[in-house]
Write a protein of this length. Structure first.
Length: 98
């Protein structure tokens, strides 16, 4: 969850006070929607989670959904490419065999 909200530290745009303020905000209210990472498909009907076209559209819109989709779709090269082309960090959720 923390890695999904992580942003690189930019010396030109931030300083240690910004970091401290962000850290305090998180520590005081870790369940805040600002800090909390939600599963983008958890509220979808079960039937939708078996529909390849639906999964492909979700992953294209929200690449980190790759982490939460059923394993069979995580092995689908086109679905993985849709996620990775928008966010390279999502490659870690794909099987090594791809």
């Amino acid at each position: 969850p923390v890695e999904e909200g992580w942003q690189p530290y930019d010396l030109l745009k931030a300083n240690c006070q910004h970091f401290v303020a962000d850290l305090q905000s998180f520590l005081l209210n870790p369940s805040s929607p600002h800090h909390k990472s939600e599963n983008p498909i958890q509220l979808e009907p079960r039937e939708s989670l078996q529909d390849r076209a639906f999964i492909l559209s979700v992953v294209a819109r929200t690449p980190r959904a790759l982490k939460y989709i059923p394993e069979t779709f995580r092995r689908d090269r086109q679905i993985v490419m849709a996620a990775v082309s928008n966010d390279g960090a999502t490659l870690r959720y794909a099987p090594e065999a791809l």
